[in-house]
Write a protein that binds this ligand. Structure first.
Ligand code: DGL
Length: 275
């Protein structure tokens, strides 16, 4: 086990651009840190693939970021990959903080008055054992309305605005009545980091009928806390830009998303990363 340096970077990954919603929050909470962001776009989407594929990809990415790039912490900025791989990765790399993300069901349930919570997530996340455990931990009065959103992450990844609008409307309608009356969903969880990038679209369609919940900020706060406890916070800003951006697929998609969502970063680099 190599020594972990406070000056090392923090590794962050997702299947594509969705994790930028988490990276924004990380940069806000940890403005002195340097981040290596890896979009596994060549092997995406994760959410409609079997969990063995997502586990293999997560293992390859963790090997690269932790063993080759010597990151001091790993943030899995993907609900689907967290469900498939966080336990395995924590077992393999117990010496660095590995922070995952899960659908923000708990904060949504805490705020809901009707007790009906909508959860939009990938099929793979909703079918996972980790999500089953999250459901089992809810109080009996909480009723979860689950909706797998096939195709939505891919449409967001491609910036296909027509498909995004059509799919978002279709999946919202599938949740049944929305609002503050008995039996209606009054809290909506965006349980995929891609969906957080279109939170404004959801919010304008919902027109105040539901509160919206995503977990980028809590994940960033947790990362900060673990780095602090481990004595691993940087003591000065990096001498370079805060982000190194890598993609195993189409570079221009990550570049366009980074230009929109992040402060200036270096140009996206291609990365070959076999499973
Ligand atoms: N962004 C990922 C998540 O949070 C999934 C997107 C995909 O299906 O690849 O679940």
């Amino acid at each position: 086990m190599a020594e972990i340096l406070a000056t090392a970077s923090i590794g962050v990954f997702d299947s594509g651009i969705g994790g930028l919603s988490v990276l924004q929050a990380l940069h806000q909470e940890l403005p002195w840190e340097h981040f290596i962001y890896l979009a596994d776009a060549g092997y995406a989407p994760y959410g409609e693939r079997d969990s063995a594929h997502v586990l293999r990809r997560s293992e390859a990415i963790a090997r690269y970021l932790i063993e080759s790039r010597k990151v001091k912490a790993l943030v899995i900025a993907c609900n689907t990959a967290t469900a498939a791989a966080v336990a395995t990765l924590r077992g393999r790399y117990p010496y660095i903080p590995i922070i995952g993300i899960e659908p923000a069901v708990k904060p949504a349930a805490a705020l809901s008055r009707t007790g009906h919570i909508g959860v939009l997530a990938t099929r793979s996340t909703l079918q996972s054992e980790k999500f089953a455990a999250l459901l089992a931990s809810q109080s009996p009065g909480t009723h979860l309305v689950l909706q797998a959103c096939d195709g939505l992450a891919a449409a967001i990844e491609q910036g296909d605005t027509g498909s995004i609008a059509r799919l978002a409307a279709q999946y919202l309608a599938a949740l049944g009545p929305l609002g503050h009356h008995d039996g209606a969903v009054d809290a909506l969880v965006l349980g995929c980091t891609h969906y957080a990038l279109i939170a404004e679209l959801f919010s304008s369609s919902l027109a105040g009928r539901c509160s919206l919940h995503e977990a980028g900020l809590p994940v960033a706060r947790r990362a900060r806390q673990l780095l602090l406890e481990g004595g691993l916070l940087r003591q000065a800003p990096p001498g370079t830009r805060a982000f190194e951006l890598l993609s195993t697929g189409a570079r221009h998609l990550l570049q366009a998303a980074a230009d929109r969502w992040l402060p200036p970063a270096d140009a996206v680099q291609s990365l070959e990363l076999a499973t």
